[in-house]
Write a protein that binds this ligand. Structure first.
Ligand SMILES: [Zn+2]
Length: 461
């Protein structure tokens, strides 16, 4: 007799039971069902659920056994709606988590293990927060739980690459709203960064959310307590941003994050202007243009930093990879901020193939205007270009990148000091010293950062 419908589905349901952990996996082994899976598929689901359970219990998460000592049920079923989902989790009537794994969207291996670990993460979250609707940190931290279990074998690249520039927008200031659903999955990188640097901070976040509803309105304060990090905004925004944009580790290492690629096309350099929203960061990849690179090679490069606020900074790395590739080996050249490091010599152009400039606004202000300039101090012309060797008259040096002046600045004529009378970024005036003889002398400017420019010839007669 051909059995059909619900009765058929029920009678072809093998069940895997774990009496110790109170875990059930039920699945369909009827080839005529769209939810049919192999025994191996179900066993992998079962084993991954057990491993995630043990990982989270070992971390101190409360066992999700419901109000009356219930079970976690994982049903492998093609869902009636939301068929694009890999899985879903709800709390049952008595608080027992009910997980559905979609066999149509989820293939064995990394994909299935990541889905099961992610949904098991939700089962444990629900135990502390009992919320039914999805909040951004639920998705972010469920992805981080999959990463905790599977490490670099977790299948998170697709989730991250749908919003690869995520740190570019503000970290939500609360838990009720902020990121869209897809951004929330991509925010797995944030939860991974936090857990890497502050172990158990995801659990501590959920504990706080379960203790007091006021935490739901203050994610920065909650993360500060969960991590114990001082100056929470700077730590979260700058720390995550620096880790994310430098792309040294999974799961961000393989993403294509190049979107700002300003080129240095002349001596005046390139200016990166950023109107940064609160709690956000971004990266620019800077190199000289093909035409200008040969002239710039071997010359000193300087970065300057300006902002209209106080909670902004920029980290500049030298990279051995070209700007169009993902970052390779990075060397930190400067951490710039308005107070202690507004101008910094980056060294000689050509040592690195690309500068990676990571800009952060860790303020609560959405009105941060950040400006970073990367340039090479250079003398273009002098006036006059010849004159009496007795000196005493003004010499004007025109160019770019001389900076704002300061105690270390000099103009020299053949090594003789030319006392400065006026200084600006593009023009310096000094009083020509007396020179020992007639003939050619090299005129050179030294900036406050001890950068020495090219030389231009003055002829004494
Ligand atoms: Zn989820």
């Amino acid at each position: 007799m051909q059995r059909t419908g619900l009765y058929a589905a029920r009678t072809t349901n093998p069940i895997l039971r774990d009496e110790t952990r109170k875990l059930i996996v039920d699945y369909i082994s009827d080839p005529s069902s769209s939810s049919n899976v192999s025994d191996a598929y179900a066993q992998e689901t079962f084993a991954t659920a057990q491993q995630t359970y043990d990982l989270l219990v070992a971390q101190g998460w409360p066992r999700p056994d419901g109000w009356f000592g219930g079970w976690i049920t994982l049903s492998i079923r093609k869902p009636w709606i939301w068929t694009s989902q890999h899985g879903s989790t709800t709390s049952g009537v008595f608080g027992q988590p009910w997980i559905t794994i979609n066999p149509v969207k989820t293939s064995q291996g990394a994909n299935l293990k990541t889905t099961v670990a992610h949904e098991m993460g939700h089962a444990f979250q629900r135990q502390l927060t009992t919320n039914l609707s999805t909040k951004w940190f639920d998705e972010a931290s469920a992805n981080a739980i999959a990463w905790m279990l599977l490490g670099n074998q977790a299948d998170l690249t697709t989730d991250l690459s749908s919003f690869p520039l995520l740190p570019n927008s503000s970290i939500p200031s609360g838990f009720y709203r902020g990121y869209s659903t897809d951004e929330a999955y991509a925010a797995g990188s944030f939860a991974i960064w936090m857990e890497k640097n502050y172990p158990q901070s995801i659990l501590k976040t959920y504990q706080r959310l379960s203790w007091d509803p006021r935490y739901w309105y203050d994610s920065y304060g909650t993360f500060a307590e969960a991590t114990g990090a001082p100056n929470e905004m700077a730590t979260l925004v700058h720390g995550w941003g620096k880790w994310y944009w430098s792309q040294q580790e999974y799961p961000v290492s393989g993403l294509d994050l190049s979107h700002l690629r300003p080129e240095i096309a002349d001596w005046s350099g390139v200016t990166i202007q950023q109107a940064r929203p609160a709690a956000s960061s971004d990266r620019a990849d800077v190199a000289a243009s093909v035409a200008f690179a040969p002239q710039l090679r071997g010359k000193d490069v300087v970065a300057s930093f300006r902002t209209n606020g106080t909670g902004q900074d920029a980290v500049i790395y030298g990279d051995n990879h070209i700007c169009t590739s993902p970052p390779g080996t990075l060397t930190e050249l400067a951490v710039m901020n308005h107070l202690t490091q507004p101008v910094k010599k980056l060294g000689t152009y050509g040592t690195y193939a690309c500068y990676r400039v990571i800009v952060s606004n860790y303020d609560l202000s959405d009105a941060a205007e950040i400006e970073i300039r990367i340039y090479s101090p250079h003398v273009a012309t002098i006036s006059p270009s010849s004159g009496s060797r007795n000196g005493g008259y003004p010499l004007t040096v025109n160019g770019t990148g001389f900076g704002a002046g300061g105690a270390n600045t000099r103009v020299t004529v053949g090594g003789w000091n030319c006392p400065v009378t006026a200084w600006s970024d593009t023009r310096v005036t000094c009083t020509m010293p007396a020179l020992p003889s007639t003939g050619p002398y090299a005129v050179q400017v030294q900036t406050q950062e001890f950068v020495k420019t090219n030389t231009v010839t003055f002829t004494a007669n």
